[in-house]
Write a protein that binds this ligand. Structure first.
Ligand SMILES: Nc1ncnc2c1ncn2[C@@H]1O[C@H](COP(=O)(O)OP(=O)(O)OP(=O)(O)O)[C@@H](O)[C@H]1O
Ligand SMILES: [Mg+2]
Length: 263
């Protein structure tokens, strides 16, 4: 079937990544191929060091693959671009700009008028329930609030795909579940295509339309598990029998890879 008909957002074709260092070459990814369709919420899990961040950075255009290609909306990735919004574990906000100016930043680059910028900025600050903090500076916010600003900023520029690398990884459990619920609500409204890396299998299942399990180094795609739990979902989803079946299945697959790392 033609690619357009299947609405492929991200086409990853046979990507290999070798890091060359003092201790010789290290194959971080080998033969990774994946199509991410429009409106999918992909969560990637796998043992530490299996290449999750490497893959995300290649899609973001922050790293170049050693071989293979990535296309976003049919265009080969050759660097960063506003078609890909990125959120990292550490809140990469500009400390000298207010919350509002941080969210507005990318919109300025897109040449939007002040009126449009104000509207879009406030829409996304409302989405993450931070409109009252629009004029605060990042240092005045908690970790969870900073991460919500980073998410609002990524959404505001309306990228084709959102790339998130353990965005809730540094947060306490309660804040983390709160942000999961917010992100779910947002995704259910906008169905923005997401590629989300996490260590947390429960987080992956509650959010994802599909969970990608990566194998121990060199990273390959070991399995793709469709999450057949209907949306809307919330934290209660985590106590359903189907959730627990999926959790056991994914956990045992990931555990085999942990054991492989330790060998
Ligand atoms: N810049 C680099 N130079 C050399 N090796 C690197 C570099 N970045 C990552 N690696 C190696 O590549 C492998 C994959 O790293 P990556 O950060 O992609 O893993 P990860 O799955 O994101 O791990 P984690 O779950 O701990 O974040 C690791 O073995 C890491 O040591
Ligand atoms: Mg990582």
């Amino acid at each position: 079937m033609a690619r357009e008909e299947r609405n492929i957002k991200v086409h990853i074709d046979n990507v290999k990544k070798i890091y060359s260092g003092r201790n010789g070459d290290m194959v971080a990814l080998n033969g990774v191929s994946l199509d991410i369709l429009d409106n999918e919420f992909i969560c990637v899990v796998g043992p530490s060091g299996c290449g999750k961040s490497t893959l995300l950075n290649i899609i973001a255009g922050l790293l170049e693959p050693t071989s293979g290609t990535v296309e976003v909306d049919g265009v080969k990735v050759e660097g960063t671009g506003v078609d890909r919004g990125v959120v990292f574990q550490q809140y990469a906000l500009f400390p000298w700009l207010t919350v509002r100016k941080n969210v507005e930043f990318g919109l300025k680059l897109q040449g939007k008028s002040q009126k449009e910028r104000d509207e879009i900025t406030m829409k996304y600050l409302r989405m993450v329930e931070l409109e009252k903090f629009a004029d605060s500076y990042p240092k005045e916010l908690s970790g969870g609030m900073k991460q919500r600003v980073a998410i609002a900023r990524a959404y505001a520029v309306n990228p084709s795909v959102l790339l998130m690398d353990e965005p809730f990884g540094a947060l306490d459990a309660q804040t983390r579940t709160q942000l999961q619920t917010e992100l779910l609500k947002t995704w259910e409204e906008e169905k923005k295509t997401c590629f989300f890396v996490t260590h947390d299998i429960e987080e992956a299942i509650v959010l994802a339309t599909k969970v990608i399990i990566m194998s121990a180094r060199p990273g390959r795609i070991k399995d793709i598990v469709p999450i057949d739990i209907p949306y809307p979902r919330d934290q209660e989803t985590k106590i359903s029998p189907r959730f627990n079946e999926l959790k056991n299945h994914i956990w045992s697959e990931v555990y085999q890879e942990y054991l492989a790392v330790r060998k």
